[in-house]
Ligand binder design. Structure first.
Ligand code: SAM
Length: 159
């Protein structure tokens, strides 16, 4: 199974990098795991609605360029569908059973994801109604994907 996370912008904070590296290392026993970063669109603090859409569309195109047709795509979105860890684990297991060997998770930039990305996604995952920084989201997501594999392996890691 190939698991890919697409994120916007370069991860700078050392504490996040270290956390992701740890879970990526653990996850590598179960799947080929990679994080693909696409450049964020530089923009002033204050943007009109139209300018925000432009920024999201530019970042969205960079995200779409990194997705192949065969990939099953989960977009992370506050208003997506909430799942339990067990439900995500079961979903990943099902996808593998039905021959999906490429699963991609997309985390939007600071303004969220473009409509085109949301349309391309096969499913939308919410981690609840809190807005999490997109870079922290990478760490949280990497742990949850690792947890999913541990659940599917019947490991006591998941209590
Ligand atoms: C800072 S948030 C964007 C906030 C933006 N106002 C929105 O509503 O999408 C950046 C990205 O992090 C992810 N994200 C943040 N909080 C999330 C949550 N609670 N559930 C799922 N994804 C979340 C989403 O992919 C989002 O596009």
């Amino acid at each position: 199974m190939n698991i890919k996370i697409i994120g916007v912008g370069r991860l700078k904070e050392k504490y996040l990098k270290q956390g992701i590296e740890e879970y990526a290392k653990r996850l590598s026993k179960f799947a080929k795991f990679e994080i693909v970063e696409v450049p964020d669109e530089k923009a002033p603090e204050q943007l009109s609605e139209a300018e925000m859409i432009q920024v999201k569309d530019k970042e969205g195109q960079r995200i779409l360029d990194k997705i192949k047709d065969r990939e099953y795509v989960f977009v992370l979105a506050i208003n997506g569908k909430e799942r339990s860890s067990e439900e995500l684990a079961a979903e990943i297991d099902q996808l593998a059973t039905y021959g999906h060997s490429d699963i991609t998770f997309v985390i939007g930039g600071s303004l969220g994801t473009a409509d085109a990305v949301n349309k391309r996604a096969n499913a939308a995952i919410s981690f609840g109604r809190f807005t999490l920084p997109h870079q922290l989201m990478r760490l949280v997501l990497t742990e949850q994907v690792y947890r999913a594999y541990m659940i599917n392996a019947g490991s006591p890691y998941h209590k």
